[in-house]
Design a protein around this ligand. Structure first.
Ligand code: PEP
Ligand code: MN
Length: 337
């Protein structure tokens, strides 16, 4: 339920409505707009005595929230969410670009990659320290040693870090190093993990599950916001279809659909979406043209020798060239990069 407060409602009246809702067992999420304040009340609607709320001083009207994702949806919050990470903003006018290798392999190559992607214009550095690999025999990541290497790359370049957490037991550790915590596609419906990152203050990059519908994806975001963390960046990374020519099938329509249904920013991962570096440039341009707020791209100094996802990684020179080309596309849709 959305409680719309009248334009001249006082702070005390807003607080009183929140207290009343809490006493009825509802969680309240006030949104202070320029003109009006609205309060999202999340809980069992059968327990809500609408008459007693609608007659409280300062209340204008009550509007039911029809979508199951109450907090992630546009019904409650119409203005887009802009997630701030250091100097970078995701969801504003500027396109955010996150880049780096799939996995951190060693300090020297990671720091060199970090410098190169920064030089090319990336705003955030990616890298995996805990890798969710399909095969248990594949490289699983350097774990905390990898996070330490990421922290030194941040020192050297000033770039903020995005890195994945795969297990609830590691959330505190990962959050102590990361600037953005990544939830991978395979964990999009790991509800305990979603709740755990919801209890932290760090922004979350929430990847779309391999076979998740947009509604399931927004419900995953809802889990995180419901715990108190509103800073979510959605990431379209391709979904499973019958097509085998690419690793996954990018769902470009998810971009405008998510923009219509949710206030959350959305970025695109063209690397995992295609599995091949050859297509990364075309899809990056397509994503920006379609309205994405940013990109997350895998870059490796020597893709042939990468321990993880080499075939889909761009060399730094190719990445720099792409960043140049993206300037024109961004300008054409009224954005900057
Ligand atoms: C990754 O970003 O390294 C990754 C494993 O991605 P996804 O969860 O989208 O497969
Ligand atoms: Mn990868």
């Amino acid at each position: 339920m959305i409680i719309v407060m009248s334009a001249n409602a006082s702070r005390e009246q807003i607080d009183n409505v929140e207290k009343k809702l809490s006493s009825l067992g509802f969680r309240t999420h006030p949104i202070f707009g320029d003109v009006k304040t609205v309060i999202g009340a999340i809980g069992d609607r059968r327990l809500l005595d609408t008459h007693s709320i609608s007659t409280m001083p300062g209340v204008e009207n009550l509007v039911p929230i029809m979508k199951p994702y109450k907090l992630a949806g546009r019904e409650l919050k119409q203005v887009p969410t802009i997630v701030k990470v250091g100097n970078a903003e995701i969801g504003g006018e500027k396109i955010a670009v996150m880049a780096g290798p799939c996995a951190i392999e060693n300090e020297a190559s990671y720091i060199e990659t970090a410098k190169r992607v920064k030089e090319a214009g990336a705003n955030i550095l990616r890298g995996g320290a805990f890798k969710p690999r399909t095969s248990p025999y594949d490289f699983q990541g350097l774990e905390e040693d990898g996070l330490k290497i990421m922290a030194s790359a941040r020192e050297v370049t000033g770039l903020k870090l995005v890195t994945e957490v795969v297990d609830t037991r590691d959330v505190d550790l990962v959050a102590s190093y990361a600037d953005i915590i990544q939830i991978g596609a395979r964990n999009m419906q790991n509800f305990r993990l979603l709740k755990e990152v919801g209890m932290h203050k760090k922004p979350v990059l929430l990847k779309r599950g391999l076979s998740a519908t947009i509604e399931e994806w927004l419900m995953a975001a809802e889990y995180i916001i419901a715990e108190g963390n509103p800073d979510i960046i959605l990431c379209e990374r391709g979904i499973r279809t019958f097509e085998t020519a690419t690793r996954n099938t990018i769902d470009m329509s998810a971009i405008p659909v998510v923009k219509e249904l949710s206030h959350l920013p959305i970025v695109v991962d063209p690397s995992h979406a295609t599995g091949s570096w050859k297509y990364v440039s075309a899809l990056s341009k397509g994503a920006i043209a379609t309205g994405a707020d940013g990109l997350i791209i895998e870059v490796h100094l020597e893709p042939n020798c990468a321990l993880c996802d080499g075939p889909q990684s761009l060399r730094p020179s190719k990445f720099a060239q792409l960043m140049e080309e993206l300037k024109k596309v961004s300008a054409a849709v009224g954005r900057q990069i």
